[in-house]
Design a protein around this ligand. Sequence first.
Ligand code: GLU
Length: 417
Amino acid sequence: MSSGKINPYEVARKQIDIASKYLNVESGLLERLKHTKREVIVHFPVKMDSGEVRIFTGYRVQHDVSRGPAKGGIRYHPDVDLDEVRALAMWMTWKSAVVNIPFGGAKGGVQCNPKEMSIRELENITRRFTWEISIILGPEQDIPAPDVYTNPQVMAWIMDTFSILKGYSVPGVVTGKPIELGGSLGRYEATGRGVVITSLEALKYMKKPVEGAKVVIQGCGNVGGIAAKHFDRLGAKVIAISDSRGGLYNENGLDIKRILDCKSQYQCLICEKEEEEITNEELLELECDILVPAALENQITEKNASRIRAKIIAEGANGPTTPEADEILNDKGVFIIPDILANAGGVTVSYFEWVQNLQELIWSEEEVLERLTRIMQRSFREVLEISLAKKIPMRTAALVLGIGRVAEAIRLRGIYP
Ligand code: GLU
């Protein structure tokens, strides 16, 4: 799905330039924020099921730790490269700051194709990669979480490997763990729920009801799939959904429960006769009230932005829209809930998980959801207020809020020595 040509790190840096016009931050500090703090690149051997030894390349990049430990997911994907991980780490910094939780930003990734690997190979890759980057991990230093094609089981292996190295259990080294190992209730659904909570706020602002709202979702994982489930429950009409191979469309609304059950059972979308098959490209251009890109970066670019017919875009994925596409969409009056706000529910409940681990406490799902809703609604309001006061798009407003908070933290701490 990724166009492959657009460099996300250049996009992320360009976003700083755009936001800097509305920020009162000295240029040296902005330049610091355009760089990452620390980058670990590892090449490591893994024994595959065939007996063959293969070398994999992995990255862990910490962009900034001024407001707290580095925080961000680990993705397994064939297209992972250093610049992608750098951009994703930078977006994590802004995201944590936008929702005002005390974390910095990091991201990790291993270049591999998990769809072609057995469980044992995945475990071997995860354990060896964890060991390789363990020098910069820890509950006070850097805390990974799930991202594209990683899940609670992968987090359990990370926690176990790190704990073996330390000689005692360290649940707080990673979030998004299985509940049995100190994972938080509500974490698995948090990103998708956050997308829905912020979308509801946008609908409220536009004075539109959720009942009957037409929703289009690109991606069917723990962001797109969960968002679809909750939109459906709220009475919205999910008219299209896709996975990496393509999508299903029904103008009158899809049977989301059947589709998600089928996806979890057979790992694919199966088309029934009342539905039409569509490509991921066609899906993005459907007329709808809410479009949720919840897959990879660079899906909405200058090539297709003029054909987007959504009223609201809620970015479940990180970096799905390029700055050139933003300009076109802004001119068309599309209301964008940017990634660093829309998908911040995941890192927010990661923060709750980390707090519970450090305090050795367990919160109820109601408490987690209530706190998540409050933080997402408050953050939406803060971004909207900046957007209206400065007459700037929501993305620029979110960047102004996030970068502003990080820059202030750096200013207060001062430059050492
Ligand atoms: N990978 C998720 C994100 O991009 C979650 C990060 C986290 O929970 O640390 O926001």
